[in-house]
Design a protein around this ligand. Sequence first.
Ligand code: FAD
Length: 491
Amino acid sequence: MTGSDGSGGSAAAGATEFDVIVIGAGPVGENMADYAVRGGLSAALVENELVGGECSYWACMPSKALLRTPHAVAAARRLPGVRVEFDPAAVLARRDEFSSHWSDDGQVTWAEGAGITVVRGRARLAGVRRVLVTDGDGHERELRARHAVAVCTGSVPTTPPIPGLDGVRVWHSREATSAQRVPGRLGVLGGGVVGVEMAQAWSALGAEVTLLARDDRLLPSTEPIAGELVADGLRAAGVDVRLNTGLDEVKSAGDGQGIELRYSSTENGTGSRQVDELLVATGRRPNTADIGLAELGLDEKQPLRVDDSGMVLGLDGGWLYAAGDVTGRAPLTHQGKYGARIAAAAIVARANGEPARPERWSEYAATADHVAVPQVVFTDPEVAAVGLTAEKATEAGHHIRTVDLDIAVAGSYLHADGYTGKARAVIDTDRDVLLGVTFVGPDVAELLHAATIAVAGEVPLGRLWHAVPAFPTVSEVWLRLLEACRSGSGS
Ligand SMILES: Cc1cc2nc3c(=O)[nH]c(=O)nc-3n(C[C@H](O)[C@H](O)[C@H](O)COP(=O)(O)OP(=O)(O)OC[C@H]3O[C@@H](n4cnc5c(N)ncnc54)[C@H](O)[C@@H]3O)c2cc1C
């Protein structure tokens, strides 16, 4: 199956009919189109800004590029006799490289090489299997899908209703990941992943950072120990972390003086601080506005709800799919791409007349979204977590036991002097499998995939006992965790 002019890739740019039309060319839309083409269908990929989406230019890649050098330097400094410095300008330049200097030429070349037709413009659903695309000059073009339209429009930052906030120029994640100079004083509003990672990065690059978080701990959706150790790490790096603190008012501090923040906390009363930039990192919402959902009878104020095969719920005909941040399921690049692979497989199978039932753990069901989402927070210490926290597991009705221990094994002592880390396992006591695992400590990110396999694979603890960690690695913490699980210790 091909574009209506009989060809795929760039040659089909003038075509108006495709097997699949994907709206939004972030990592999720790219994967959706790629897997549809691999399955023998033709696909148009419509993008309003840059092919590659938020992740490539203003999120994952630039943020991790900003964090990587300070991270490596901190790791080296944990060893005796090492003296190491770095040049913030070189970090910004490397970040620019990893963001492809905000040009999507490379990604367009990849997409066309993969047989995908890239269409530039803002897309809007115009009816059943119909998409209206408006290009930068205001020209409209209608595309028709033979089988499916997939919405992969991502998410946008939210701004809380704080007096004065709309009267000053603030940073959101785009500015925080693409800034060309290090601010002298940076305020960060929000203690979630974006807030803590950017506080870590800009503090390491030389900014004086104040972080205001309204909760009593950072990273409130992770195990409590993660937020506690990350707060300790940020404070040790010089960040002024203020918990239980709300931003009451914002105003310009006068010409060239930056922004004045007035805040109050349940512990320390009110206070104020002047900053040069304020990063508002208070969350994101699915990007569902103005894409024609209301006209289809769907609620555009809500995430686009899908079944496990990615098919949008509440609409007849089975032609509309969605994946990634827009669904509100697991707003992470890797998990959105997984959802796209699953949805594309279902679209291809159904185009070939197969039912593609989304049975649990089948190739047509994004089952892991519910039970085994891995996430790394790239702070110092890092947080690497998968599956359910103890709180979420209890809420979901599981009978659980938790095992907590220090990461203190030969491998960690060798890895860094004064290595401090913690691990928590959440065990389903009815089935004797792991429901969740969290590691917090320097360089724990690479421990995570083993945990993801254990959780997604529902590997019985008795069999995990035979997965022997190599000596002397930080992974030996697995042995200590399993010993604790077997001995019945924990709570
Ligand atoms: C600062 C930051 C750091 C992050 N770090 C990580 C990380 O380290 N690891 C991780 O897994 N996740 C990370 N994330 C989350 C990750 O960026 C998202 O989960 C991911 O980008 C979602 O991909 P997506 O394709 O669903 O959406 P997006 O990447 O947002 O792409 C959506 C695309 O759709 C386009 N679009 C929207 N509407 C239309 C329309 N009407 N017509 C045409 N095109 C349209 C947009 O222009 C955009 O290109 C981070 C997020 C932020 C903000």
